[in-house]
Design a protein around this ligand. Structure first.
Ligand code: ZN
Length: 296
């Protein structure tokens, strides 16, 4: 990566962070049903050299870097989308991106086999289990870390996002579904691999029951069910049980981390998201990147 300047009104990019870059020790295949297609999908995740970053590819095609520059905010309504220079498109990358970031994996190539990435349990847990099983190894580089030094915020529709200085990474996410069983709900996480795994990674995607038919008519959510998604309405959760009482807010932490991972760096700051979704997360990552004069 090349950076025009090291400091900016947003913060500092610390290149000598002392944190090693990491990749996976050996290639691994993760299989499961796609949430939207409802068909069998696989990703073949392969090691990469230091500084190469995370990228998605299909067999024989040019990899698309999973960074803010290739993220398409307009397409990222219910899931995060990256689009390569040649139009190659990858969707629903956020739960895998969150798993990689939480584990400190900075470099890996994800080859998608099938129409989308596997949805697995609806969060990041099974990805983390599989990545840990394949082994995680340092690959000789130093991870650049973004230190937020001045508050930065973004408003997008009804969403508000801010980032403020903090030594370490705290994520806060708030949802509002007035008139439903979820209501107003928030969750804060001081991120470490263990806390991410224990406290949020098993939190599932969620949907309003009344939205599901609309999603299906758009060809989405065909692989969704009450095992991999929390479904709710005005009065109740449709699932027999929840993984956490505040599962919806905890899932938002996964989505936020997965989208901030598009910055391609370690993160030090307090990132706060209110009524935000993938589109506003992506716009915020892009605003931070431009504020820091990141070029890739
Ligand atoms: Zn999600």
């Amino acid at each position: 990566m090349n950076f025009v300047t090291e400091t900016s009104p947003v913060g500092t990019l610390v290149r000598d962070s002392g944190i090693p870059t990491r990749t996976i020790a050996k290639a691994t295949v993760i299989e499961g049903t796609g949430i939207h297609s409802g068909t069998s999908c696989r990703v073949h995740i392969q090691p990469r050299d230091a500084g190469e970053g995370i990228a998605f590819t299909r067999a024989g095609r040019t990899p698309v870097p999973a960074t803010w520059k290739f993220a398409d905010a307009q397409s990222s309504d219910r899931r995060t989308v990256i689009i390569g220079a040649d139009g190659e498109r990858f969707e629903q990358i956020e739960h895998l991106m969150a798993a990689l970031h939480a584990l400190g994996i900075s470099d890996a190539l994800v080859e998608q086999q099938g129409p989308e990435v596997p949805f697995l349990g609806g969060g990041s847990r099974e990805y983390i289990d599989a990545l840990r099983q394949s082994g995680i190894t340092e690959n000789g580089g130093i991870l650049p870390v973004i230190h937020i030094e001045h508050p930065i915020s973004l408003e997008d529709g009804g969403a508000l996002l801010t980032a403020a200085p903090h030594n370490g990474l705290i994520l806060s996410a708030y949802v509002e579904f007035p008139g439903t069983v979820v209501g107003n709900m928030g969750y804060n996480l001081e991120v470490s691999p263990e806390r991410f795994y224990d406290q949020v990674s098993a939190a599932r995607t969620f949907a309003l029951a009344s939205d599901i038919e609309a999603l299906r008519s758009r060809g989405l959510a065909r692989g969704g069910n009450l095992q991999n998604a929390v479904v709710f309405d005005e009065f109740r959760y449709h699932n027999e049980s929840l993984h956490f009482p505040d599962e919806v807010a905890r899932h938002k932490i996964i989505d936020l981390l997965g989208d901030l991972a598009l910055l391609g760096c370690g993160l030090s700051g307090h990132f706060w998201a209110w009524r935000a979704g993938h589109r506003s997360h992506v716009l915020f990552a892009q605003k931070i990147a431009r504020g820091l004069h990141l070029t890739s």
